[in-house]
Design a protein around this ligand. Structure first.
Ligand code: PLP
Length: 344
């Protein structure tokens, strides 16, 4: 976008903010006698972690060719979503736009900050309706647009992200939590072309580190500096930075697990679609499938009764349940349990 000025979108008090200068940010050398942070001198986890997670960023940078100053690490990508609202949206004044059905945290984070959320339903192919979205993009005080691709819970990728980027003057946040399972290129490759673009990814899905809480944002150096300005000083623990580094080194494991999950997804779809209770399975580029069944509440309860926990999305999409792809024996158990359920 020409003449893009990110400062005009940032909350004015954030621009003026003097952020906390943590001890580890003031002196970042590794060797020395550290008497600066009131730590306990004894132990293995006694020191505060690197506040900017430089080693993780360097490894990510070597893999993506995105410079470290254009990478932010969050406490899960949920932190990145939350920080985006805090940076750009003034409570009780600014607005954000989402395309529904989609990931629930955009709405929760908006409401925590008292930000008005506009929601535009995806069309029947779960794509953005370009005609109806155009007037929305011109709404006064609309600061943020969230696009989840592959989308949760529908599983498909969103096609017209460039259309939004070309027609919106605010921040476009593309959530790629499930991108590792898709063959598509990441939008992170376009952050130089589009200075208003933020792309989030996560270690919680394909990298298998949901409990370590590691999310990533790729964006312009200016936006990343703003994220750094408002984040809590030590948002990623040392243990979790080490877990992230180890996960990035485990390339074969990462690739093999994705291959297994995608093969299991295909096997599960082939078998599920033959069951009388299954009406439709939506195409998925993620590690889950959205399944329309005869009666979602009944199927969900039947599975819970057998200690198989899925996500009932009936309130968002009639009679749909979202099923994560498990290990082969787990998927077999799901199939066996559903086979016993007779359609109403
Ligand atoms: C689309 C999407 N974005 C973000 C997240 C949150 O991921 P994280 O564990 O990195 O906070 C999820 C979690 O399910 C998700 O589905």
């Amino acid at each position: 976008m020409k003449n893009f000025n990110v400062k005009s979108l940032v909350q004015s008090h954030i621009l003026k903010l003097q952020s906390y200068a943590s001890a580890r940010a003031e002196y970042s050398g590794e060797n020395g006698i550290f008497l600066d942070a009131n730590e306990n001198p004894y132990g293995n986890l006694n020191r505060y972690p690197d506040p900017y997670q430089q080693a993780v960023k360097e490894k990510l940078s070597s893999m993506t060719h995105i410079p470290t100053h254009q990478i932010f690490i969050g406490n899960g990508s949920d932190e990145v979503i939350d920080l985006a609202f805090r940076l750009f949206c003034t409570p009780a004044k600014d607005k954000a736009l989402i395309f529904t059905p989609t990931y629930g945290m955009y709405e929760v984070c908006a409401h925590i900050q008292n930000i008005k959320l506009l929601s535009q339903p995806l069309n029947q192919n779960f794509q953005i309706d370009k005609n109806t979205v155009l007037p929305l993009l011109k709404e006064q005080n609309l600061k943020l647009v969230f696009i989840c691709s592959p989308n949760n819970p529908t599983g498909n990728c969103i096609e017209d992200i460039d259309f939004i980027l070309e027609n919106f003057k605010g921040i476009v946040f593309v959530d790629e939590a499930y991108i590792d399972f898709s063959n598509r290129e990441s939008w992170a490759k376009k952050i130089t072309q589009y200075p208003q673009l933020i792309v989030s990814q996560t270690f919680s899905k394909a990298r298998g580190l949901a409990s370590a809480r590691i999310g990533i944002a790729y964006s312009s150096a200016e936006i990343i500096a703003l994220f750094n300005k408002i984040k809590l000083p030590y948002n990623i623990s040392k243990l979790n930075q080490e877990a992230a580094l180890a996960a990035l080194d485990a390339t074969e494991k990462y690739q093999l697990e994705i291959k297994n999950i995608l093969e299991e997804k295909k096997r599960l779809i082939d078998k599920l679609i033959k069951l009388p209770i299954v009406k439709r399975i939506y195409p998925s580029e993620a590690n889950f499938i959205l399944v329309e069944v005869t009666t979602a509440d009944k199927v969900y309860k039947h599975l819970i009764h057998h200690k198989i926990i899925t996500r009932n999305r009936n309130h968002q999409l009639k009679n749909c349940i979202r099923i994560s792809i498990g290990k082969a024996y787990e998927n077999d158990q799901l199939l066996n349990t559903l086979t016993k359920l007779i359609a109403p």
